[in-house]
Design a protein around this ligand. Structure first.
Ligand SMILES: [Zn+2]
Length: 676
């Protein structure tokens, strides 16, 4: 085949599969097969640089720039008026009906994704440039960053000259992944998806944007009427056909009743979406009616946003409790119980003493409490105008609430105040360290209450004492049967076979979380004694380990206070046995992937689940935004109905069967067994 023809074919295939994966969430080939296509194309382009075109799928990530140019929008990007109740919407529609002298239904309801608005200019079937909303008239040209968004097509079939409008956002699952990495690296986590998106889209280096997994969902065409579309819903259908990612939940509504139902339905489902929304946008569907209604100087008259109630409430700050943590004391606010996001909240985070001082939060203040998604409630700000003079300044504690010894107050390298209990025999600190150890190394049946009990009865004085607990010691505790004692001892014995990475993260070294621990364990080839010999020069050679992290590891290893623990662990830890090792080395194709298995397959379900685990995957029993694949057994046909299936479709999680799993592992299924 001619090289030019093969290159064209590869580009066509890659575009098709990118669309299947990023837009439709229904991949037809494995990641590996996709990578092979990409590698072949990159190879051919390297040999024939004259054949590289800017719209080639290999050209998504460009060079870094020093600043952004601005661009004037051909059609202004207006903001949308907000409303906060169904009554507001009814009033708005009645006002429009009066102005138009005719009925205004149907309307289109869409999700209002909480990201950064963008305008994407296409001409001659190619993405020309992309801009942020800016002040509505003029925005920043962010073409290079937007090109890295793989759900945004670089080429489309239509040759219309148009500005496609959409919302750039970061998936929630991506925020989790990035924050895990950041906290492992000792960096401040990103606050929320919106901030992360705004920061990423303004990054001067497209390589940064490419790593952050941005997405785009489009919601319209600026020149729809001029281009001959009659209805907004028709432009949405057109955009979907052109390969753009749209929010599937949009709906054409014919009545107030339908709008209300849509708002309620989305409110119930919004936590399950892999993106944040802050409301619903309602638009008049008929474009000539839209044109007739026109705009004010700020916003179009034909659209309104319904904002979901903020999960915020006011309450009184009653007292501050200082909790002993593994390394620091943290303030927790006790407030008058208040209804928030469907639950009663009586405690909220105050973050740290610096925040308390900065926001000037005082005891007795009326404060705003916010509960954002699954994050624990926190105090946003005090209402200074509601003070009566009886409020008191919050002082940091001088003595440890656990051991009553004086606390050490210092500043870390970022000049943040640190309040620590340095008493080596402090029971509060000890409890936190033991609980951390137990959760990281996964000792079963060992809860925080048992830890408290053991410390109180002086059965343990250090983390290492956990390792040698006997049945007798445990059975002597209150409310502890012999069977439970037996289970706990077995749990401790089993934990000795955990991989090295879990042991390292269980040590509780500052800045060393699960991600860093994995890297260290691989570097030292699963040898604890090799790790104990680590030097700073060694450690910084490991990809992704910074000096700060290396420093805290060395500090921990050198500190004489830790030597009895380290020696005890050397004697106790056995590492994975040969069967486990064989399993670990079977392959890692599925590492980090989470599967849910359901339906009848050509082999027992258990066998499928074992295969997934053998290759590093996780098996969970319910579908969530973190699920990578739902595996429905091949014996089920399309009419198979289950909650897992409908949830997977809703969350756009790819659905596969056991044969597809075999293909992912480059294996076959023969006589009901995986072979290859
Ligand atoms: Zn203490």
């Amino acid at each position: 085949m001619q090289i030019t023809a093969r290159i064209e074919e590869l580009r066509r295939l890659i575009r098709h599969h990118e669309r299947c994966y990023f837009v439709l969430a229904a991949p037809e080939i494995s990641d590996r097969e996709f990578d092979l296509l990409m590698a072949e194309l990159q190879d051919l382009e390297r040999q024939h640089p004259e054949l590289i075109t800017p719209d080639s799928p290999t050209q998504r990530v460009g060079e870094a720039v020093s600043s952004f140019n601005t661009v004037k929008h051909r059609v202004p990007m207006m903001s949308i008026e907000n409303s906060y109740s169904i009554a507001d919407i009814v009033e708005w529609l009645q006002r429009l009906e009066k102005a138009a002298g005719t009925g205004v239904f149907p309307v289109v309801c869409e999700l209002k994704i909480d990201g950064v608005s963008g305008s994407f200019c296409y001409r001659d079937g190619r993405l020309q440039n992309c801009a942020t909303r800016g002040n509505g008239t003029e925005g920043d040209l962010i073409t290079e960053n937007a090109r890295t968004i793989r759900s945004l097509p670089l080429t489309i079939e239509s040759d219309l000259d148009m500005d496609v409008r959409g919302e750039i956002y970061t998936p929630k699952s991506m925020l989790d992944v990035l924050n895990q990495q950041r906290s492992a690296d000792g960096e401040e986590p990103f606050k929320n998806c919106r901030n992360l998106t705004a920061g990423t889209i303004k990054s001067l280096d497209p390589a940064v944007a490419a790593q952050r997994g941005l997405q785009v969902m489009v919601y319209g065409i600026a020149q729809a009427t001029e281009l001959g579309f009659s209805h907004h819903s028709a432009t949405l259908e057109f955009l979907a056909k052109q390969g753009f990612k749209l929010n599937q939940a949009w709906k054409r509504c014919q009545s107030y009743q339908e709008i209300t139902e849509f708002i309620e339905e989305i409110a119930a489902r919004r936590d399950s979406f892999d993106f944040d929304i802050d409301g619903i946008v309602i638009k008049i569907d008929n474009l000539s009616l839209q044109a007739e209604l026109g705009s004010t100087n700020k916003a179009p008259r034909w659209a309104i946003a319904y904002k979901y109630p903020q999960e915020r409430a006011m309450s009184r700050l009653l007292r501050v409790e200082w909790q002993t943590g593994r390394s620091q004391l943290t303030p927790v606010a006790h407030i008058d119980p208040v209804e928030l996001g469907g639950t009663t909240v009586s405690r909220a985070s105050l973050h740290n003493i610096d925040q308390i001082r900065e926001k000037d939060i005082r005891l007795g203040d009326m404060v705003t409490v916010e509960k954002a998604g699954y994050i624990i409630p926190y105090i946003v700000a005090p209402a200074a105008d509601k003070r009566d003079g009886s409020e008191q300044t919050i002082e940091p504690p001088t003595h440890c609430p656990s051991c009553q010894q004086p606390l050490k107050i210092s500043r870390d390298e970022n000049s943040a105040t640190q309040i620590r209990c340095d008493n080596p025999s402090c029971q509060g600190v000890l409890a936190r360290r033991i609980i951390h150890f137990i959760t990281q190394i996964e000792i079963e049946n060992f809860g925080p209450q048992l830890v408290e009990q053991l410390i109180e009865k002086e059965q343990v004085q250090g983390v290492e004492d956990i390792l040698t607990l006997s049945r007798l010691q445990l059975a002597a505790l209150e409310r502890m049967g012999e069977k439970s004692a037996e289970k706990i001892v077995t749990g401790i014995e089993n934990a000795a076979h955990q991989p090295l990475a879990k042991l390292i993260s269980a040590l509780g070294i500052n800045n060393v979380g699960t991600v860093v621990s994995e890297k260290i364990a691989t570097w030292y080839r699963q040898s604890f004694s090799a790790f104990l010999e680590a030097t700073e020069t060694d450690l910084v050679q490991i990809d992704g380990i910074k000096e700060k992290v290396a420093g805290s590891i060395i500090e921990f290893l050198k500190n004489p206070d830790n030597h009895s623990l380290i020696n005890a662990l050397k004697a106790w830890w056995k590492g994975p046995d040969s069967a486990q090792l064989a399993q670990m080395s079977a392959g890692s194709q599925l590492t980090g992937k989470t599967f849910v298995v359901t339906g009848e397959a050509s082999m027992p379900r258990r066998q499928i689940e074992e295969q997934i685990k053998k290759y590093g995957g996780n098996v969970k029993s319910s579908v969530s935004p973190k699920t990578s694949y739902l595996l429905i057994g091949s014996q089920e046909n399309d009419s198979f109905v289950s909650n897992k299936k409908s949830r997977a479709i809703e969350l756009k999680i790819p659905i596969i069967d056991e044969f597809e799993l075999a293909r992912m592992l480059e294996m076959k299924i023969e006589n009901g067994k995986f072979t290859g």
